[in-house]
Design a protein around this ligand. Structure first.
Ligand SMILES: [Zn+2]
Length: 295
């Protein structure tokens, strides 16, 4: 197995139920896979290979880390990358059982957007720190400093917003039907399918292609059938007689082993958005016809 990103530092803070910092963890990994750090990375993380040589092998450090976490914890992280890379590194060392998935966690970057921003584009940690006028007394991009900053941002998110919008990491994706996941958020439903041998098998599955209203859970009537905008994303529009227009979105994900699973969201929308989706579909169809003619 390949390890595209070797973790070289773990920094974390522990929060109590009032989201106050009560403990800290920090450790450096002695790299086993890559014995160098790209100069660009060195610039970003402010570390060089010499300081890593004093580190601990990843399995030892991560073991300590989970002991520090204790039995009852939930991860909070800035963005969705850290948990993914942690699991990849665990898998590389055959230690996946230390962190069984799928994992429910809080994505502070997403929560920051939901509470303070109008769009969904992901912001940098420093952007959020500036926005919230949090004192900048530490260098960014070192694991522990970033964890402290993220915790301070997390402390400013409203409790209700946090509880309504937990995230789920599915790197350890559902393998069979009874492991499939349905989550009902306030105005949308998220579904994560089991894995399939091919993309076609996934899109052909009844559950993957169905659209139910996220509010009343009744089957909705398709107005615009599923269409692909590229090789990974599909859209549809349906209507619930009681709750109106529903937008369906499927993102096809590929596992490290080359299998496929679908992440589907069905959300409430309006006639205007439905019209935009129809126009998008028509434009795509026209483009494809044109492409066919010219080849
Ligand atoms: Zn409904």
């Amino acid at each position: 197995m390949r390890l595209p990103f070797e973790i070289i530092e773990i920094g974390a803070v522990k929060l109590n139920s009032s989201r106050e910092i009560v403990d800290e963890f920090h450790g450096i990994v002695k790299p086993q896979v890559y014995h160098w750090i790209h100069s660009h990375t060195r610039e970003i993380i402010h570390m060089d290979y010499r300081s890593l040589a004093n580190g601990m092998p990843f399995p030892d450090l991560v073991y300590r880390f989970f002991q520090w976490c204790g039995g009852d914890y939930r991860f909070c992280s800035w963005g969705n990358q850290d948990l993914l890379e942690l699991q990849r590194n665990l898998k590389y060392y055959d230690m996946e059982e230390m962190l069984p998935g799928p994992i429910e966690y809080y994505d502070i970057q997403k929560l920051f957007n939901l509470q303070y921003e109008d769009d969904s584009s992901r912001k940098s940690l420093e952007y959020a720190v500036d926005f919230l006028k949090i004192k900048k007394n530490e260098t960014f991009h070192r694991a522990l400093a970033d964890a402290r900053y993220a915790a301070k941002i997390f402390g400013k998110i409203e409790e209700e917003c946090i509880h309504r919008n937990f995230s789920i990491d599915v790197y350890q994706n559902p393998k069979c039907k009874n492991e499939e996941i349905h989550i009902y958020y306030e105005d949308y439903e998220k579904y994560i399918s089991r894995e399939f041998q091919s993309k076609e098998a996934a899109t052909g599955d009844r559950e993957v292609s169905s659209t139910r209203c996220p509010l009343c859970h009744k089957p909705a009537k398709k107005k615009i059938r599923w269409f692909s905008v590229n090789s990974r994303n599909y859209f549809s529009v349906s209507t619930c007689p009681e709750h109106g227009y529903l937008k369906g979105k499927v993102r096809m994900k590929k596992t490290d082993e080359g299998k496929f699973y679908a992440v589907k969201t069905v959300s409430l929308t309006d006639a205007n958005d439905a019209k935009k989706i129809r126009e998008k579909k028509e434009l795509l169809c026209a483009k494809r016809r044109l492409h066919k003619k010219s080849t």
